[in-house]
Design a protein around this ligand. Structure first.
Ligand SMILES: Nc1ncnc2c1ncn2[C@@H]1O[C@H](COP(=O)(O)OP(=O)(O)O)[C@@H](O)[C@H]1O
Ligand SMILES: [Mg+2]
Length: 246
């Protein structure tokens, strides 16, 4: 029998294999990713066949269940924001003698924004498309900011493109969940949004040739200028809805 985990026996990987049962209710389909605090798997609920996502926390990253609780509560608080993945439930498994908590959320079908952008001609969007992308993000995140919350880790690997037509249907994953919201967190989200927009347009290489309307949004990526113009995602959204290309 393995004894209690010591620091030197820290779990730093789960590497669960397809077919493995979790809490007798879910079956592992595949590993989706892994990061600082745990791993993410695509799973199937056995009784219904419905696919979900499980986020498993490394015990040393989840002392007294703090991380799992905070994340679940944050997702639950934001359940009316359509852009945020929906939280379902919490469960646990035993792994090498340790109790591991996992959070079950909806599984979002689609493509990471990073992959979507790579697939575009020249690896970038045209200005009109990029404005649509930014508008979808700003509108979705406006809902989060209005609730006094923030995302905290906005980048193109935490955004899933579900559908792309005239506009974008997006979902946000992986919200930062280690602290109560501060005004600074909302400002960081706004600046991150402008960076995503800038990169989606091809970054520094193509910036000089962008139309004025784009430059007025990017503000040369100067944080103080961006924040003078847009204090929240809602203000950015308002700007996009009133802007003119001429
Ligand atoms: N609900 C979900 N639906 C679909 N894919 C997901 C979902 N959650 C995570 N993923 C995939 O797993 C990857 C890692 O998950 P994420 O929550 O970003 O954790 P981390 O970045 O900490 O590893 C994501 O980039 C995405 O590809
Ligand atoms: Mg992530």
């Amino acid at each position: 029998m393995p004894g209690p985990k010591t620091q030197s026996e820290r779990i730093t990987a789960f590497d669960l294999q397809p077919g493995r049962l979790l809490a007798n209710r879910y079956e592992v389909i595949e590993r989706l990713g892994g990061g600082w605090e745990g791993e993410v798997y695509r799973i199937r609920e056995r009784t219904t066949g419905i696919e979900r996502t499980a986020k498993l926390f490394y015990p040393h990253r989840n002392p007294r269940e703090r991380a799992a609780k905070f994340y679940a509560k944050k997702l639950h608080k934001l359940r009316q924001c359509e852009i945020v993945i929906q939280y379902h439930t919490q469960a646990e498994i035993t792994f090498r003698g340790a109790r591991i908590t996992f959070l079950v959320s909806e599984f979002v079908e689609g493509e990471l924004l990073s992959q979507f952008l790579k697939r575009q001609r020249g690896g970038r969007l045209m200005p009109f498309q990029a404005v649509h992308l930014l508008h979808a993000l700003a509108s979705g995140i406006d809902c989060i900011h209005r609730m006094g919350e923030y995302h905290g880790d906005l980048h193109d690997e935490n955004i899933i493109v579900q559908r792309f037509g005239l506009g974008f249907d997006l979902k946000l994953l992986d919200l930062f969940h280690w602290g109560a919201p501060r005004a600074e967190n909302i400002r960081d989200d706004v600046v991150d949004l402008i960076h995503i927009f800038y990169e989606a347009l091809g970054g520094a290489k193509h910036y000089a040739a962008q139309p004025d309307a784009v430059k007025q949004i990017c503000c040369g990526l100067k944080r103080s200028l961006i924040l003078r113009k847009f204090r929240s995602a809602g203000q950015l959204r308002g700007h996009l809805e009133r802007m003119s290309w001429e």
